[in-house]
Write a protein of this length. Structure first.
Length: 426
């Protein structure tokens, strides 16, 4: 099966994905951050902008945003109820059966954005690219953030194989913004663009990103424009490249925008669960990094911003993750490692904490390693014994972050805030 099932569903629904212009964002890491920055800048520029992300941390509303606001629950229910006959028809008629969860979720985004008459939708790839349900789009622009080893059992065990899958979102005649850095993956993207007659903007070639006088600011340079004094709310040096690619996409889509629009859009960009500081004294950082490259980048960012603070790490991983490659970056500066699980809604399976703890003890024999399967109890244990100048780092899975984030942002309160925001907008 390729995309036959989602194509069938969308045909019955009247091909809602053709009702608006779109920007398609793929890559191993940073695609959610990049998509969010693009959407925020386009909103700042005055476009009615949809944003589709996955997965959610706590509530489905997070996946569907319009003009930087999560969609109201009532709107999502109304759209899904209207879709149900089409889903049932596909289940009856299609040889591949009922649409998958992600296919239905993606179709819902397209239907919502058509209903809300967005000018443009920024769509994050779910997994891979060529066979992802979002790849039915005929987008004006595709963005590829980077390539690293992740989901190797599905995408392949080399960065070149993974790059080929991700480059599958490149369509005939479109503009492609690439942040890929490895020469071998750049070549794959170049060849795909040539095959499809697509125009390539490669970071470092067609546009560049340069640090300016302040360590916290940078500029993005195009042949005809310079966007300077760029500053991010998002932490991590890796976000600079993501922001540069996001600016390139907006620059191309809008035919150039003012520096003030770019700066305002980036200033308003906040992404839960990505190096998110939810508490101080002690400092608590939530980060959903879940592959070796992401974990290493997050560890570098935490060391940069928080230095030698005593560090308590809470971790859980999905069973398919390369935990022996992930753990070294977690334990190297840790005083305590608490291994837990996740699955508040029993939708996802976590790696056996005992297996992770054993592997960690082999990597760092003298480290204080504990097992607490309940993630909220793991958090309470960490908070109970940390001093005000300590740091608690929760990482390894977005599903773990979703469970832990309930401590500061209960789901019920989030839903109330969404409904209050919807009332104000109407």
């Amino acid at each position: 099966m390729k995309l036959e099932r989602i194509v069938h569903l969308l045909e019955i629904l009247g091909n809602p994905h053709n009702a608006f212009r779109s920007i398609h964002v793929g890559g191993t890491s940073g695609k959610g951050s990049t998509a969010t920055m693009i959407a925020s800048m386009l909103t700042s520029a005055g476009y009615q902008t949809g944003l589709y992300l996955s997965p959610h941390l706590q509530i489905m509303n997070e996946c569907y945003q319009i003009n930087n606001r999560m969609a109201a629950t009532g709107d999502l229910v109304e759209v899904f109820e209207a879709m149900k006959p089409a889903i049932a028809q596909v289940a009856r008629e299609n040889p591949f059966g009922c649409p998958s969860y992600f296919e239905a979720q993606t179709a819902l985004a397209f239907c919502l954005f058509r209903w809300k008459k967005v000018d443009v939708a920024v769509i994050e790839v779910g997994l891979g690219g060529v066979l992802d349900a979002t790849n039915v789009l005929h987008s004006q622009i595709s963005v590829l953030t980077n390539v690293a080893l992740d989901h190797t059992e599905i995408l392949g065990n080399t960065i070149e194989l993974i790059a080929q899958k991700k480059a599958g979102i490149i369509k005939p005649g479109q503009l492609v913004v690439s942040g890929l850095m490895q020469p071998s993956t750049q070549q794959i993207v170049e060849e795909r663009c040539a095959l499809q007659g697509a125009t390539l903007w490669q970071l470092g070639s067609q546009f560049t990103c340069q640090q300016t006088g302040s360590a916290e600011t940078f500029q993005v340079v195009f042949p005809d424009t310079i966007y300077d004094d760029i500053r991010l709310n998002l932490r991590g040096d890796f976000q600079t490249a993501n922001a540069a690619c996001a600016i390139a996409a907006v620059h191309a889509f809008a035919g150039g925008v003012s520096g003030a629009v770019v700066r305002a859009g980036l200033r308003q960009t906040a992404i839960p669960g990505r190096l998110e500081c939810v508490q101080e004294n002690p400092t608590v950082i939530l980060d959903g990094a879940h592959n070796p490259a992401k974990i290493r980048a997050a560890a570098e960012a935490i060391t940069k911003y928080y230095g030698n603070m005593r560090r308590v790490v809470i971790v859980s991983l999905k069973p398919d993750k390369a935990y022996r490659d992930i753990l070294p970056a977690l334990v190297v500066n840790a005083s305590v490692l608490i291994v837990t699980a996740f699955g508040k809604n029993e939708l996802w399976e976590a790696c056996d904490p005992a297996i992770l703890a054993q592997a960690a003890s082999e990597i760092a024999p003298g480290l204080d390693i504990r097992i607490e399967p309940d993630p909220m109890q793991a958090l309470r244990q960490a908070l109970a014994e940390t001093r005000p100048d300590d740091l608690v780092w929760v990482t390894g899975s977005l599903y773990l972050i979703g469970d832990i984030r309930e401590y500061w942002h209960p789901t019920d309160e989030l839903l109330v805030q969404i409904e209050e925001s919807a009332v104000l907008c109407n």
